[in-house]
Write a protein that binds this ligand. Structure first.
Ligand SMILES: Cc1ncc(C[n+]2csc(CCOP(=O)(O)OP(=O)(O)O)c2C)c(N)n1
Ligand SMILES: [Mg+2]
Length: 334
């Protein structure tokens, strides 16, 4: 590696570290707000899975599309969504990214290509394919990424979408975050085999599996899929194997839903994607104080967002029916 490559690679890793850390600190703060009863929207925390959002979005450009579901705080931040606006959304304020009407599970940031997260399992997979079809028709080379859980691969939507994207060679990337559970139901209680990538192969597209707690492995897989998509070579299915630390919804550690999870969690905690990258950065020559600066800045940003959200007004009840139908398209990247 040339010295310049080393600097570039260190810069990239530092960027991915910052992205993951902002997600982790944001989520921990939101968990505390839920526990305190200040945040009332159901929050599905992403803690433990940060490398997936950071790695894939790190390989995208600002105007590429990202679609998510009920557990999408990480996708929103990694793609460049405004952190303050998401905090305000979670507290139900007018300054929120969905003007306080959507809550944690309905995030939107069209200015950075996030056209919506929807909590119906698998619901945004076909929307991602639609956006990819639009990209192909207008030849704008914009890639459309759908993030979804392992549970979503059991929905018909998923298979129909992959088939259509494969048939038309669309610039779509299907990112399955396999955290081995759908609510409290383990993967092998729902399907015969632990073989999600095979669904890609069955539809005639690459189906790859990566360690979803290794942000560089996720980034590399994302980059390969993005180059395929931009070159007109069609979609890729990427399975990222990871684990959510907290319960299905809310901040609890969910130890009461079976001993199996307790034993598994003990094995997954040392695979913390953030600690792993931090060690790598230090081994590769980044100074401790540089990392501490990144950490302090993220902490300050999250606290400033809480203050901003608290100081913001609730939506006017008289405007309940406003924004139900499309009234303006300003800022939408279509
Ligand atoms: C169509 C549909 N069925 C059921 C639900 C209820 N539900 C919400 S999240 C969830 C589990 C999803 O599991 P997975 O896709 O693996 O995502 P994870 O929660 O693990 O991130 C279910 C069943 C739903 N929201 N939508
Ligand atoms: Mg899951």
């Amino acid at each position: 590696m040339e010295p310049n490559d080393h600097v570039a690679s260190l810069d990239l890793k530092r960027l991915l570290y910052r992205t993951m850390l902002r997600i982790r600190l944001f989520e921990e703060r939101v968990g505390a707000l839920v526990e305190a009863g200040e945040a009332r929207t159901p929050c599905h925390l992403y803690i433990g899975q940060e490398a997936v959002a950071a790695g894939v979005c790190g390989a995208l450009q600002r105007d590429d599309f990202v679609w998510g579901g009920h557990r999408s705080h990480g996708h929103y931040l990694a793609k460049g969504g405004d952190l303050r606006a998401m905090m305000a959304e979670i507290l139900g304020k007018e300054t929120g990214c969905s003007r306080g009407r959507g809550g944690s599970m309905h995030l939107i940031a069209p200015e950075v290509g996030i056209l919506g997260t929807v909590p119906l399992v698998a619901a945004t997979i076909p929307l991602a394919v639609g956006a990819a079809l639009a990209s192909k028709l207008s030849q704008n080379r914009r890639v459309s990424v759908s993030f979804f859980g392992d549970g979503a691969t059991e929905e018909g939507h998923f298979h129909e979408s992959v088939n259509l994207a494969a048939l038309y060679q669309l610039p779509a990337i299907f990112v399955c975050e396999n955290n081995f559970y759908a609510s409290h139901m383990p993967l092998l209680g729902r399907r015969r085999a632990d073989n999600i990538p095979a669904s890609g192969l069955a539809h005639g597209i690459p189906g790859v599996s990566v360690d979803g707690n290794d942000v560089m492995a996720v980034y590399e897989a994302g980059l390969a899929a993005v180059s395929r998509a931009r070159a007109g070579e069609g979609p890729t299915l990427i399975e990222c194997r990871t684990y959510r630390w907290r319960g299905h919804v809310g901040p609890s550690w969910d130890m009461d839903v079976g001993v199996q999870r307790k034993d598994e969690l003990k094995d997954w905690l040392p695979k913390d994607p953030i600690a792993r990258l931090r060690n790598l950065l230090l081994n590769e020559g980044l100074q401790l104080h540089e990392l501490e600066q990144v950490e302090q800045a993220a902490r300050d940003e999250v606290e400033a967002a809480v203050a901003f959200a608290r100081a913001s007004a609730y939506p006017d009840p008289g405007e309940l029916l406003k924004h139900v139908y499309v009234e303006e398209r300003k800022g939408v990247l279509l």
